[in-house]
Design a protein. Structure first.
Ligand code: PLP
Length: 423
């Protein structure tokens, strides 16, 4: 049985016209993207900038030539704070509120524990039920260690405030752990409204910015957020396993205690004092020796945002998403492909998500054609969008590629069903 004909939808020339009309951010040439590849997976692993690749060599040369002196001469020692300050500007924070260290999961552990210290009368951690699994595993792990702490999961119910309001009324929580953009459905929560509601109930708001930092404007200070964490290797393009960041609002700095008081979060690490004394600000959350090579790459990668207006980046990103969904409805619905993210750009992050029972093989077949997206079990196809290097015409070519995958029946071919451990 052959599929019914496609409704046409915008043409490639239409897509190019949108590029011409909206302009771009002039950052495409800053990236070292392999030719012939359409990269829509920057939400899982951002591609390298040319500057980051050069910087990796520079950092390796510093190690080779200057050895241990580099901690001072190249100021390696302050990389967690210096890179944190660069990220602070992207997420609406002050320089001393953000620090770069460890992984997102480890940082989440630290700030969740901090929240329990900041709200001593409360013993509940409220978690979004459809949160990134690691975030909820970490909350469970912390609760298992700390007496009387319990984790309660609430149904986020498509970001409707009533569900959270009811959960908070039933469970007076110390902290609510939230994802700014859902990793599966790409739904963007209203940070200002949710944070206000959380505060109304006397709890602290902890946001995971893994899918929003670098992808859209974030305003932690203006929203009154208490704590946040986020990823260095997604939209910030810091490289595989890049260290993550954490944010602590300045009003909490004096009382914020880290559960992992390592020597490099000490006020004076090289005094080697017998007891821990916290460094000022978010810097106390640095635990051990910073991963200099990874931090150097992230440091250089962040320079691609210099001079980028995040409101404009957001507008372009939404336009890319709108075109993707418009084309998917016109050309892919006939194969049974559905939209699995909000159509309304106001509540959609920087990814589009489609649903099809053969999502896994369809993505593998698309990758074989040079179109890189990813698959989330059981039936989702995800495509990350950033106008730093993607244009409307790339979106058009991507949907053209998906159309070819389905019309050729590649999504049913056995050779595309095999995959590695990482989907
Ligand atoms: C990607 C992601 C993480 C990853 O955490 P790591 O510990 O850095 O591997 C955590 N939370 C969310 C919401 C994510 O999307």
């Amino acid at each position: 049985m052959s599929a019914p004909p496609a409704t046409r939808g915008p043409t490639r020339a239409d897509a190019m016209a949108r590029d011409a009309a909206l302009g771009d951010l002039s950052r495409r040439d800053d990236f070292a993207l392999p030719p012939g590849r359409l990269y829509f997976d920057g939400n899982s692993l951002g591609p390298p900038t040319r500057a980051a690749l050069v910087r990796l060599e520079t950092a390796a040369g510093q190690w080779r030539d200057d050895l241990i002196a580099s901690w001072n001469t190249h100021d390696w020692i302050h990389l967690p704070q210096r890179v944190g300050a660069k990220i602070a500007r992207l997420v609406g924070a002050a320089d001393d509120e953000v620090v770069v260290c460890d992984s997102t999961s480890v940082n989440l552990f630290k700030v969740l524990a901090t929240a329990l210290v900041l709200r001593p009368g409360r013993r509940t951690i409220l978690c979004q039920d459809d949160h990134f699994p690691s975030d909820n595993y970490i909350a469970d792990g912390l609760a298992a260690l700390v007496p009387d702490v319990e984790v309660v999961r609430f149904r986020c119910d498509q970001g409707r405030l009533e569900a959270l309001d009811a959960a908070l009324a039933a469970h007076p929580a110390a902290v609510v752990s939230l994802g700014h953009v859902g990793f599966r459905d790409g739904r963007l929560l209203d940070m200002a409204a949710v944070t206000e509601l959380v505060h109304h109930h006397g709890a602290l708001a902890l946001w995971d910015l893994a899918h929003s930092a670098g992808a859209l404007p974030v305003d932690l200070d203006a929203c009154g957020v208490d704590l946040a964490v986020g990823c260095g290797y997604k939209f910030l393009n810091g490289g595989p396993g890049a260290p993550a960041f954490l944010y602590v609002a300045r009003r909490h700095h004096d009382a914020a205690e880290t559960p992992l008081p390592g020597w490099l979060g000490h006020a004076d690490p090289f005094a080697f004092e017998p007891a821990y004394r916290p460094a000022a600000g978010a810097a106390r959350f640095v635990c051990g020796t910073p991963p200099v090579l990874s931090l150097a790459a992230l440091d250089a990668a962040l320079d691609v945002f210099d001079g980028v207006d995040l409101e404009r980046l957001r507008a372009l990103s939404l336009s890319l998403g709108d075109l993707f969904l418009e084309l998917a409805a016109a050309r892919l619905a006939r194969y049974g492909v559905e939209c699995a993210c909000p159509l309304d750009g106001a509540v959609r992050g920087a990814q589009v998500v489609l649903r099809h029972p053969d999502a896994d093989a369809a993505i593998q077949a698309a990758i074989a054609r040079g179109l890189v997206g990813d698959h989330r079990a059981p039936d989702l196809l995800r495509f990350g969008l950033t106008p730093l290097y993607l244009r409307h015409v790339d979106v058009w070519d991507a949907v053209e590629g998906l159309d070819a995958v389905f019309s050729n029946g590649e999504h049913r071919q056995e050779r595309f069903r095999r995959r590695g451990i990482v989907p």
